[in-house]
Write a protein that binds this ligand. Sequence first.
Ligand SMILES: Cc1cc2nc3c(=O)[nH]c(=O)nc-3n(C[C@H](O)[C@H](O)[C@H](O)COP(=O)(O)OP(=O)(O)OC[C@H]3O[C@@H](n4cnc5c(N)ncnc54)[C@H](O)[C@@H]3O)c2cc1C
Length: 402
Amino acid sequence: MIYLEVPKHLRQLANQAHQVAKHVFRPISRKYDRAEHDYPKELDLLAALMDGLNAGSGQKGARIDSLQRDEVSNDGVRNGANMSTCLALTELCWGDIGLALSIPRQGLGNAAITAVADPEQRKRFEGVWAAMAITEPGAGSDSANIRTTARLDGDEWVLNGEKIYVTAGSRADSVVVWATLDRNLGRSAIKSFVVPHGTPGMEVVRLDKKMGIRASDTASITLTDCRIPKDNLLGTAEIDTKAGFGGVMQTFDNTRPIVAGMAVGVARAALEHTQELLRGEGIKVRYTGSFFSKTAAEAELIRMEADWEAGRLLMLKAAWMADNGIPNSTEASMSKAKAARVANQITLRCVELCGTLGYSEADLLEKWARDSKILDIFEGTQQIQLLIIARRLLGKRSSELR
Ligand SMILES: Cc1cc2nc3c(=O)[nH]c(=O)nc-3n(C[C@H](O)[C@H](O)[C@H](O)COP(=O)(O)OP(=O)(O)OC[C@H]3O[C@@H](n4cnc5c(N)ncnc54)[C@H](O)[C@@H]3O)c2cc1C
């Protein structure tokens, strides 16, 4: 039997995150949508609160996931950091995706550190707020094509290159930068490096203006003879051409289910709010009775809810597999592809169903439709996820199916 309830020890975390979304994020959501690039100072209080909770629980660092210890059931099934992060982000993004991406010390680079760092590095970088910089002017979906270089000089790596679209790139303490040790050796030579802000040679040169998630800063960063300690390379410097992209790509096994969770959160916000608005007009969804007796609006909402549930279940499965050490690359891509696509469709359809109110800035529906689009772009676009899934199902290499 499939048992799909949220694990008991994580219910409190999900509830806490929901309260933050409701009482902290929603009230300031429109304010920071309009004031793009202003720092949401209300989040400092939230971060301090989380630090306090962690200190109280005897744990260092302030990741939402670290507020909860892993729970291992009698049969050895574990629900740990991946599941708790997904559930927390789902709730936070029910409130506001841009603000969720701006919470201090909860960056995508933190997930990279968790995925690739060795135990000593994990300890050293605990509590650091890390952004993740993969994309370059000449390398987006084709991340194997990155040109930023890392050269070893004595006890230091020297980094040179340009990174664009770095979420939290100006606000985070550090940036996890993907760079190649040797372009001739292809994707296996790509490694990730933790570069603290303030390191000479790393500069934020631009903040982008965007369609959605305006509360989140998106930075362009240059690296010019930027020197960092040798042991800031995450994992091993060894280039294993047989292992391919393995090392750094593990990051996505952790981050894609999180993005799926974000999509599940914003889509649920739109569905719930649309139902609320329709109820105000006397339109109530009847879940029982013949499908053929339903109104068009009811049938549409039920269909969207079924799609939403499919995205949520895929997200839970991918996160659960990650927590239990089961290879989940295919499922991570499936969860992101389904949940993000569904979130795009649901948020936009809810705007349509609610007509002029849906399109108006007097309501948050139009904002959720704009905000949700990024979830189908970053951490690998919809098309790239489908490509990855197809390669894995068909047993093809990236050179065979592109
Ligand atoms: C707001 C925002 C925040 C971001 N945050 C980060 C971040 O924190 N860190 C980071 O490193 N990057 C970040 N990105 C960058 C993001 O990951 C890239 O935009 C994304 O990977 C796509 O790359 P691209 O924009 O170069 O598009 P391209 O790779 O040029 O793709 C353009 C289109 O072609 C499609 N396409 C490409 N190749 C194929 C193929 N083989 N088959 C079929 N279709 C294909 C794509 O799906 C897409 O629709 C962010 C982007 C935005 C907009």
